[in-house]
Design a protein around this ligand. Structure first.
Ligand code: NAD
Length: 354
């Protein structure tokens, strides 16, 4: 791939590279767009098969963060970090602190947090070298577990969907199928049960299923059976790519709203397939924005949980607008969401130039 050409055609501002052979570190930070504010996004720790694959990944992920923060109404741009290493074996204090020094050289243009392969302890090590890190443990004044706010935000997106589909945002008596019963799904399930919804749950991990079975009124099914489960809303809360050409024909739901990043295997084609089947879809980065909203309430001030929850509640209006725009203009919700984010960035850019 010609990365510089790719960056210039996809709007990227910067790609920074850092190596520290003494600690075995090779790392990248991609900054996509800072029109709305400093670039915010997690650091992924992953042993890609090649440097090219790692760079392609970090560039694509940084761009996705621009859209996520823009659509969520946050004053942040899109960025992403990537440490090219196996998270199970390579993580040491020395490596994470070297990475922290790298982030510090960017002087606040990029603010990092957790992503796949990283955890709160890694953020703590990074924080010994830079203040441009969030997602710290609560014991250090950070926001701690983001799933509480993420789950609440997805619940709001589901309510918006219910209103668009059935004329009321009340989820009482509705059935929600949860694919994956980890941190976010557990938080989401609490809100759904409180609202009087019925749950059908699956997970590939026995411990998660035991927790689900202990909840009254929760039906547990095998992982493959979840796609055929009769339900009103299907919630992908495990890994990405589970909504695809093969699974969409099986869905019984009237809507897909969930936590997983990159839920659609092929974003444009699968959004069109869902629309063709009349299944409403709240784009993943709209529904799961509670995660980035949560850490953003840690930037430059003591963490404010109430502020983060209030901002996550706005996902209700954002999802409603995207569903309405898509219906009005005959486009998919994926297209409507991207357009909304792009319009916000363009208007701020234009005002700045004026
Ligand atoms: P988690 O690891 O706590 O939970 C995921 C669960 O999915 C696990 O219990 C796992 O066993 C299960 N699972 C994996 N493959 C499965 C399959 N094929 N079928 C059924 N279950 C399967 O993760 P989480 O923090 O709850 O996050 C869930 C998803 O939401 C992830 O894709 C994550 O990237 C995304 N997300 C999370 C947050 C957050 O705040 N934690 C924010 C934004 C997006």
């Amino acid at each position: 791939m010609h990365f510089v050409e790719y960056m210039s055609t996809h709007g990227h501002e910067e790609l920074a590279v850092w190596t520290d052979p003494a600690v075995g570190l090779k790392a990248f930070v991609a900054i996509h767009d800072r029109t709305l504010g400093p670039a915010l996004g997690g650091t992924r720790i992953w042993a890609h098969e090649s440097e090219d694959a790692a760079i392609a990944d970090v560039l694509a992920l940084s761009r996705a963060m621009t859209y996520k923060s823009a659509a969520a109404g946050l004053p942040y741009g899109g960025g992403k970090g990537l440490i090219l290493a196996d998270p199970r074996t390579a993580k040491t204090e020395a490596l994470l602190r070297s990475y922290g020094r790298f982030v510090d050289t960017l002087q606040g243009r990029y603010i990092t947090t957790e992503d796949v392969g990283a955890n709160a302890r890694d953020m703590e090590w990074i924080s010994y070298e830079t203040r441009h890190v969030v997602g710290l443990p609560e014991s250090l004044g950070g926001s701690g577990n983001p799933s509480v706010v993420t789950g609440f935000g997805i619940f709001q997106a589901m309510r918006a969907c219910a209103e668009a589909l059935w004329g009321s945002d009340d989820l009482k008596g509705r059935t929600v199928a949860l694919q994956g019963f980890g941190n976010v799904a557990t938080s989401l399930a609490g809100h759904l049960r409180e609202a009087g919804a019925t749950l059908v749950v699956t997970d590939t991990y026995a411990g998660a299923l035991e927790r689900a079975k202990a909840m009254p009124g929760v039906q547990v099914v095998e992982p493959d059976a979840i796609f055929d489960a009769p339900c009103d809303i299907f919630a992908p809360c495990a890994l990405g790519g589970t909504i695809n050409e093969r699974t969409i024909p099986h869905l019984k739901a009237a809507a897909v709203v969930g936590a997983a990043n990159n839920q659609l295997a092929d974003e444009q084609a699968d959004a069109a397939r869902l629309a063709e089947r009349g299944i409403a879809y709240v784009p993943d980065y709209i529904a799961n924005a509670g995660g980035v909203i949560n850490v953003s309430y840690e930037i430059g001030r003591p963490y404010d949980r109430a502020g983060a929850m209030a901002k996550a509640a706005e996902i209700h209006q954002t999802a409603a607008r995207i569903l309405a725009d898509a219906a009005r203009d005959g486009v998919t919700t994926v297209q409507a969401a991207a357009r909304m984010a792009e319009e916000r960035i363009a208007s701020v850019r234009a005002a700045r130039r004026a």
